[in-house]
Ligand binder design. Structure first.
Ligand SMILES: CC(C)(COP(=O)(O)OP(=O)(O)OC[C@H]1O[C@@H](n2cnc3c(N)ncnc32)[C@H](O)[C@@H]1OP(=O)(O)O)[C@@H](O)C(=O)NCCC(=O)NCCS
Length: 201
């Protein structure tokens, strides 16, 4: 398994991953194209034997660049329960420059898997987990449920790096890659953990 940045030719696969999750709002294919191009430096895919098994789509909110906001995270049914979502979140935090102080997301209150995921990552990072009402249902023109905001932090860079090490995520930079500036120095991955690369080979 490896973590890598998406590129525009991944957008259709990411759209299918979100569609098949049956839990996330499915946005237009064009929205995923934008994420896989303009926002590719803050998104990550988990890929196993050429198949995309998971994705985290995020960005630093323009009004609070100290945060990393997870817009959507999904893991394919067949690959759930193997720690892939946790790797995606920790990988995204570890690769972000500057290091985020906060991990944020919004979630519908009935999404127990998502809440468990974020609580578990907060615990592993030794950071505070807060969750409360954010976007009320009235703001949505359809029958969408309200969204609660999750805020985890403040995050210690050392805690993120240590967890990335523990999960054996290799934060490798690709010399000459346009992504190089978005990675912190490589951590150890001598035991066959999850490699993290900037681009397709
Ligand atoms: C939520 C989701 C991304 C989790 O992916 P995953 O790869 O199976 O999660 P992980 O294996 O990394 O699990 C991380 C933690 O979450 C917990 N968790 C994951 N799914 C869970 C579930 N269905 N019920 C309870 N806990 C769950 C795990 O037990 C683990 O906690 P632990 O380390 O304390 O044991 C996946 O279920 C999914 O794609 N769901 C549909 C899309 C979605 O709801 N996305 C989130 C909205 S922002």
């Amino acid at each position: 398994m490896r973590l890598r940045r998406p590129s525009p030719d991944d957008a259709a696969e990411v759209w299918r991953l979100v569609r098949d999750s049956r839990a996330l709002d499915l946005n237009s294919p064009y929205a995923y194209l934008l994420l896989c191009s303009h926002f590719r430096a803050t998104c990550l895919l988990a890929e196993d034997r050429g198949r995309v098994e998971g994705a985290v789509l995020g960005y630093a909110p323009p009004e609070d660049p100290t945060a990393f906001f997870v817009w959507q995270i999904a893991v394919a049914d067949r690959a759930r329960g193997r720690g892939i979502a946790r790797q995606l979140l920790v990988g995204a935090l570890a690769a972000a420059t500057p290091s985020p102080r906060w991990l944020e997301a919004t979630v519908t209150p009935d999404n127990t898997a998502s809440l468990a995921l974020f609580r578990s990552v907060a615990r592993a990072l030794g950071a505070r987990f807060q969750c409360g009402p954010h976007f009320p249902a009235e703001l949505f023109p359809d029958s969408h449920a309200e969204e609660h905001r999750i805020r985890i932090g403040p995050l210690a860079t050392t805690a993120v790096d240590e967890l990335a090490d523990q999960l054996e995520l290799t934060l490798a930079t690709h010399p000459g890659s346009s992504d190089a500036a978005n990675h912190r120095p490589a951590t150890s991955n001598e035991t066959g953990g999850t490699a993290m690369t900037g681009d397709r080979p």
